[in-house]
Design a protein around this ligand. Structure first.
Ligand SMILES: NC(=O)c1ccc[n+]([C@@H]2O[C@H](COP(=O)([O-])OP(=O)(O)OC[C@H]3O[C@@H](n4cnc5c(N)ncnc54)[C@H](OP(=O)(O)O)[C@@H]3O)[C@@H](O)[C@H]2O)c1
Length: 261
């Protein structure tokens, strides 16, 4: 039986327009990021002052991604629908870690972050968190529990889970490397680093593609496109940086997608 869909008559006209405009904005951002590396981590030239500790930066800029959807979910009484509750839990599984656990796992020697970059990340998470919350919890298109048995939800959940495991495993390996060599960079090995330079970014992109599928929403699609637009040029920049820095860097390793790119 196809999942029951509920079209909410009160969905404001401007919301889809805003959503598609937001999605379209990812394209010029991706093009710009091919020429300018976001100035944090190894690509921080040190000239964008003032700087703040990486831990503070990640904590502050990612917190709206937890708090805004949580506020909207509570306001919309999202827990009354099992499918919205599942969406909420999947979202928070990622973002509670990213905003409130990951920053404290970063080594104190992690490169500082420009305040401006933190503010840009904060703004991004306010907008993205609001759009996800508005589209998924205030004006839901799917809210019947039947959706949880639909192939799009099941496939998306599996894809999200695979991306989550890849992202966590790769982050763990990088954080371990940094602890072993405080303040310096080494060549990462193991896991998907066998094939690509940035499996953490690959995992992140796979996660949000899964999210787009499992929510079957323009909001989910927009986030997957933004993440890809953001992380693909950065993976390429990391990859070139590794080759420049380490002459014996594994030649067959690709930047982001095994065997392809
Ligand atoms: N959804 C999105 O649009 C989005 C955007 C950005 C990031 N993210 C996610 O946020 C997380 C962090 O991103 P990121 O850009 O900071 O990742 P990253 O550049 O790979 O760095 C992650 C951490 O590992 C350290 N590190 C990286 N490579 C290392 C090496 N070879 N040797 C020793 N230490 C190393 C970094 O130190 P330094 O900081 O000192 O370099 C940093 O503390 C990732 O999971 C990413 O997917 C998501």
């Amino acid at each position: 039986m196809p999942p029951e869909t509920i079209t909410i008559a009160t969905r404001p006209d401007w919301l889809p327009t805003l959503m598609w405009a937001w999605l379209a904005l990812a394209l010029p951002v991706a093009v710009s990021l091919c020429f300018i590396n976001a100035p944090y981590g190894r690509h921080n030239p040190g000239t964008w002052r003032p700087m703040i500790p990486a831990r503070t930066g990640w904590l502050v800029m990612e917190s709206p991604a937890v708090l805004v959807p949580a506020g909207v979910f509570i306001w919309a009484r999202g827990w009354e629908s099992p499918v919205l509750l599942v969406f909420f839990l999947i979202w928070q599984m990622h973002y509670v870690h990213r905003a409130w656990i990951y920053p404290f796992r970063l080594a104190r020697t992690s490169s500082p972050m420009p305040m401006l970059l933190m503010l840009m990340g904060l703004m991004y998470n306010l907008i993205n968190g609001s759009l996800q919350g508005a589209w998924l919890f205030v004006h839901p298109v799917v809210s019947s529990a039947d959706w949880l048995g639909d192939w799009r939800f099941v496939t998306g959940a599996v894809v999200f889970g695979i991306g989550f495991v890849i992202n966590m495993d790769s982050c763990n390996r990088l954080l371990r490397l940094r602890r072993e060599k405080p303040g310096g960079y080494s060549v990462p090995h193991g896991g998907l680093f066998r094939w690509v330079s940035c499996p953490n970014y690959l995992g992140e992109i796979v996660e949000w593609i899964g999210w787009a599928l499992l929510t079957w929403s323009p909001a989910g699609l927009a986030f997957a496109v933004w993440t890809t637009a953001n992380l693909t040029p950065r993976a390429r920049a990391h990859h070139h940086w590794y080759h420049d820095r380490f002459p014996d860097y594994p030649a067959k390793r690709k930047a982001l997608v095994p065997g392809i790119f």
